[in-house]
Ligand binder design. Sequence first.
Ligand code: SAM
Length: 230
Amino acid sequence: KLSKRLEEVVKHIPKGSSIADIGSDHAYLPCYAYLTEQIKSAIAGEVVEGPYQSALEQVKKSDLQHVITVRKGDGLDVISPGEVDCITIAGMGGTLIQSILERGKNKLEGVQRLILQPNIGTHKVREWLLQNDWEIIAETILEEDQRIYEIVVAERGTAIAPYHENKEAGLLLGPFLMKEKSEVFTKKWQHEKLHWQQIVTQLQNAPESEENRKKKAELHQKIAIVEEIL
Ligand code: SAM
């Protein structure tokens, strides 16, 4: 059985898509997506030998070699322009996802939808999408095994549109998530706020420095954003 987190990612794939799942590890996502008739075909990309072997094994075990191709390579290197119409990248940090997209920009031609599930630093992903004309069309937040996950879905479009109310808060919290304000969302940001407040206290007790002062100002600003929305 697939994790709730990856199941939620799969829900956002347009039916009948050809997808690339980057950083696929066991290739659970593409196998599940095919077996539930969500996709036509998939490329599972992996840069590390161990997970690449796991992906090959899983695809073979599921007898899906004819529809799921496992390729070894860094980020979007494993696809050619126009080969897939949807890309999923799940279970990595936001900074890594951002750098994979940035480095693979020329491979995004023909791609209609990106489904991204950063484990941390989702604002990095939103910033990249905004700067590159990808419009967020949906977001999901969920809790599983005491961890909170965010999923960001984007298509080409007027990237700024979802941020019309409050861009700063939208980039940090998610334009859709902050509107929906679910229980899990509130829990996540109350927790983050508490954590930032603890750091501020630590900084207040530390020797004064320019860096220290800057860090405190940044944290105060983030705390203010969260307080305004919650
Ligand atoms: N996507 C799966 C999931 O969400 O359950 C696996 C997540 S796993 C924590 C992250 C995977 O990304 C690892 O298997 C790692 O080898 C792979 N990875 C990291 N950087 C990568 C890159 N630049 N290109 C392709 N795969 C990468």
